[in-house]
Design a protein around this ligand. Structure first.
Ligand SMILES: [Zn+2]
Length: 63
């Protein structure tokens, strides 16, 4: 189970997929939605919307 690099929170499949999608598939550090929002200078709600969007597009990272 991957954990957030910042707060050690255990990550869901969606969060891991989101990190890979936005930061690159080869990343070694993962972040929870909150910290990912901070890093990307955006909001948690925006990221949650993006997950839904990626799922609708059939992105394999979220299967
Ligand atoms: Zn975190």
């Amino acid at each position: 189970m991957e954990k957030c690099y910042c707060c050690q929170k255990e990550l869901s499949k969606d969060d891991i997929g989101l990190c890979k999608k936005l930061l690159g598939k080869k990343i070694k550090q993962f972040f929870c939605r909150e910290h990912l929002a901070e890093i990307l200078d955006t909001d948690v709600e925006v990221l949650t919307e993006k997950i839904e969007q990626f799922k609708e597009e059939g992105c394999t990272l979220f299967l």
